[in-house]
Design a protein around this ligand. Structure first.
Ligand code: ZN
Length: 179
């Protein structure tokens, strides 16, 4: 189980923050039992940099872990830019979803991004299937989103001013499981 630290929107920013200000990742209390005494518990590593390769790649990216002194369970804090359950960071998913909402076919998007067509289809299906749920939560947090009742206008308007990762933080905080 993970927490998500908002406003860390790039991998570079995450690495800098971890180096200079690592305490911001430590939660105030255990996410399972609310105990306030928590230990740092090393890191685990992820490979979210899907754009750069070889020496240019920023992988592997450390994700700080913590352990509760009372219940002994461990948990981690992800930066906003990394999706909890997907390989690709939110910024790439947003670009692909934006193109799809703007009328591009999966074939066309696939020519631009190295993402497998099945992965692109999965993202777009997920966006369609969850729309009502996502819309409900986001409208309760951002009232002006209530003007848009259809999928494409809703998200295109949202992406005009905010990233997909921010929407995912709001959904995560409301208790929805984000991929
Ligand atoms: Zn605990």
């Amino acid at each position: 189980m993970s927490l998500i630290l908002s406003e860390i929107v790039t991998l570079r920013q995450h690495l800098n923050t971890l180096e200079h200000n690592p305490e911001v990742y430590c939660p105030n209390a255990c996410i399972y039992c609310q105990e306030i005494n928590i230990w740092r518990y090393g890191y685990y590593y992820r490979k979210p940099d899907r754009l750069n390769h070889g020496d240019e790649s920023q992988n592997d990216i450390p994700i700080p872990r913590f352990q509760c002194v009372t219940c002994r369970r461990t948990f981690s804090t992800l930066p906003e830019c990394i999706a909890p359950r997907r390989w690709y960071p939110w910024v790439i998913q947003q670009a692909c979803i934006w193109l799809s909402l703007s009328g591009w076919s999966i074939q066309q998007i696939h020519r631009l991004f190295p993402t497998a067509r099945s992965t692109l289809s999965r993202w777009i299906c997920w966006f369609n299937e969850k729309f009502t749920q996502h819309q409900q939560v986001l409208c309760s947090r951002i009232p002006c989103m209530g003007y848009y009742s259809k999928l494409a206008p809703f998200w295109l308007y949202f992406f005009d001013s905010k990233p997909l990762s921010y929407a995912m933080i709001l959904l995560h905080r409301s208790g929805l499981i984000v991929p």
